[in-house]
Design a protein around this ligand. Structure first.
Ligand SMILES: Nc1ncnc2c1ncn2[C@@H]1O[C@H](COP(=O)(O)OP(=O)(O)O)[C@@H](O)[C@H]1O
Ligand SMILES: [Mg+2]
Length: 552
């Protein structure tokens, strides 16, 4: 029943192919050492043979078939060529020898196909190329895909498949154009989902501060490679809690952690309860211990324990914690058997831990154990160039919650940025202040537009809020604002702000300008023949447009 199906001689071309009519079609294909080999007798025509079938398609003429084959398969290649001549005499079969001695060796197959792409004389103006990916190993398919995607092979991917019962041998084909938008969409979705660990730790905020960025890059590596404890320090609102949460999520995404994320603020663990909350207790361990209870350390088994404000932990708890992280077991309160818990510890603090150690408030051995990896998060003012991307991030976050877009009017944005990046903006609670500020403005915005009025009110509110608390006589920026006004103060370098603060403090505590001059120039005046300290002080103050009297 072997019936040879000839390709329709009338060459009718379907609509999709019409515009390419003037270009010839060249298919690049690997000889199918299994699928194309169906013996020599007539029965071979009953079977689907991809390289024959692709020349039998009714609506497509293959002008040239470049058949890549190995040396040892020359005979089979010749047979395929002959059979193609039978069904599609217009097709010219060209052989190209390759060395696929190990067809699963990625490097070998890739280099062979790459060499082919370099040596073949492609003429894209005259010919359309289809890269057949149905034959060859998966390794070869991946290599053909890569070479096509990168345009080393200037064509489209081309697949064939066996047909149904009516036409089993000819089958179907499909062209995959990697340049078409459908593929673009897949590629961009893929890119979106393939956010890097670093981006993830930064919540996708495109931070500009190079020191911060470098730190996060290292932190990502350490997070993914190490299970050792970490210490994250930084002022309130610098982003410690957010960062640790992200570290946990990143580890979880990469399958590095299976347990829970347990957060404990050590400042809330008061008195006797601290021990049992952390380490658990047995039934009847103390009055009121009606039930045995697993502590938070046990809850974090296999997961991550974040001990925020670790400096607040009592000395007894510190000793117990050290044992728990070193030996991975500890004794719950009132229990006679130790229990096991294997967790990663991250500690957070805004204290100077060395000082705490020096004052005997914190165990030196515990600090040495937890600060193997230690990261200091800079304050918002220390990375003021990151304010803008964080501002946009906060706006987006608000918009997501509110369900509508929120943005600044152009002028409003400029005024807000000018104030926000000036020395007058103290950002005492760092990103937490920024978050509250954006929340206020966005809530008050009408139709999602933050106007100049809203910004002005917000600036006033922030100034009052930052002014209210704690005397700030030792804040150079505050001193400069008080003496010179905001506009002028904002033009000063921090160096000059400190200079001004120091000089004004000496002036205030001096009887006269000469007295202040003597104190300020006490060393250099001894080395000079004629001294005029008052004059020198006057010159310094002149730099700031100030007089001695104005300071006292
Ligand atoms: N990486 C971040 N992703 C999202 N929000 C952040 C990030 N860092 C800081 N923030 C913002 O700053 C606020 C304070 O951060 P948080 O982690 O609570 O600070 P800390 O723990 O250092 O006091 C958060 O509520 C959030 O609005
Ligand atoms: Mg916190």
């Amino acid at each position: 029943m072997s019936e040879i199906i000839y390709r329709n001689k009338y060459r009718y071309i379907n609509k999709d192919m019409k515009h390419k009519k003037n270009r010839k079609t060249t298919v690049v294909s690997i000889l199918g050492t299994n699928l194309d080999r169906r013996g020599k007798n007539a029965k071979r025509w009953d079977k689907w043979r991809p390289n024959i079938a692709l020349c039998q398609q009714e609506d497509m003429i293959v002008d040239t078939l470049v058949l890549l084959h190995e040396k040892g398969f020359k005979r089979l290649a010749e047979q395929v060529k002959q059979d193609i001549e039978t069904v599609s005499p217009e097709t010219h079969v060209q052989f190209h020898q390759v060395d696929f001695s190990d067809p699963w060796d990625f490097e070998l197959v890739y280099s062979q196909l790459f060499d082919f792409s370099q040596s073949y004389q492609f003429k894209p103006d005259e010919e359309e190329y289809l890269i057949h990916i149905t034959t060859g190993t998966h390794v070869a398919q991946i290599c053909l895909y890569l070479l096509t995607e990168t345009h080393y092979l200037p064509g489209k991917l081309f697949q064939t498949s066996p047909g149904n019962k009516e036409s089993p041998t000819v089958g179907k084909y499909q062209i995959i154009d990697l340049d078409l938008s459908r593929y673009d969409q897949i590629a961009s979705r893929f890119n979106q989902e393939r956010v890097t660990g670093v981006d993830y730790l930064k919540s996708g905020i495109e931070t500009r501060n190079s020191k911060f960025n470098k730190m996060i890059e290292q932190l990502e590596k350490v997070s993914l490679l190490s299970k050792e404890p970490m210490l994250i320090t930084g002022a309130t609102g610098a982003g410690k809690t957010q960062l640790v949460k992200r570290i946990f999520e990143l580890k979880q995404q990469r399958g590095q952690i299976s347990g829970k994320f347990v957060v404990v603020n050590c400042a809330t663990l008061l008195g006797d309860k601290a021990m049992s909350t952390l380490f658990g207790h047995s039934k009847g361990a103390f009055t009121g211990a009606v039930e045995a209870r697993n502590g938070l350390l046990k809850e974090a088994d296999g997961g991550l324990l974040f001990l925020d404000e670790i400096a607040e932990l009592g000395l007894d708890e510190q000793a117990m914690l050290l044992r728990a992280i070193e030996e991975k077991n500890y004794l719950p309160l009132g229990a006679d058997k130790e229990i096991k818990s294997d967790f990663q510890l991250i500690a957070g603090t805004n204290n100077n831990m060395n000082k705490n150690v020096a004052e005997g408030k914190f165990r030196e051995d515990l600090l040495a154990r937890i600060n193997l990896w230690s990261y200091q998060l800079p304050s918002l003012k220390e990375r003021i160039e990151d304010l803008e991307p964080n501002l946009d991030f906060e706006l987006k976050k608000f918009a997501q919650k509110a369900g509508h877009l929120v943005s600044f009017n152009k002028g409003a944005r400029a005024s807000y940025m000018k104030f926000a990046t000036s020395p007058a903006a103290l950002w005492k609670a760092n990103f937490r202040d920024l978050n509250s500020s954006v929340t206020r403005m966005a809530t008050l915005s009408e139709g999602g537009r933050i106007s100049e009025d809203i910004v002005e009110d917000e600036i006033t509110r922030l100034k009052e809020y930052w002014c209210d608390d704690l005397p700030r006589a030792n804040d150079p920026c505050n001193v400069a604002v008080k003496l010179l006004g905001e506009e002028k103060a904002s033009q000063l370098d921090l160096f000059d702000q400190y200079l001004l603060m120091g000089v004004s403090q000496v002036c205030k505590s001096s009887k006269s300008m000469a007295d202040a001059g003597r104190k300020l120039f006490g060393v250099s005046r001894l080395n000079k023949k004629s001294t005029n300290d008052s004059h020198r002080l006057k010159q310094v103050l002149g730099k700031f447009d100030l007089t001695f009297d104005e300071l006292c």
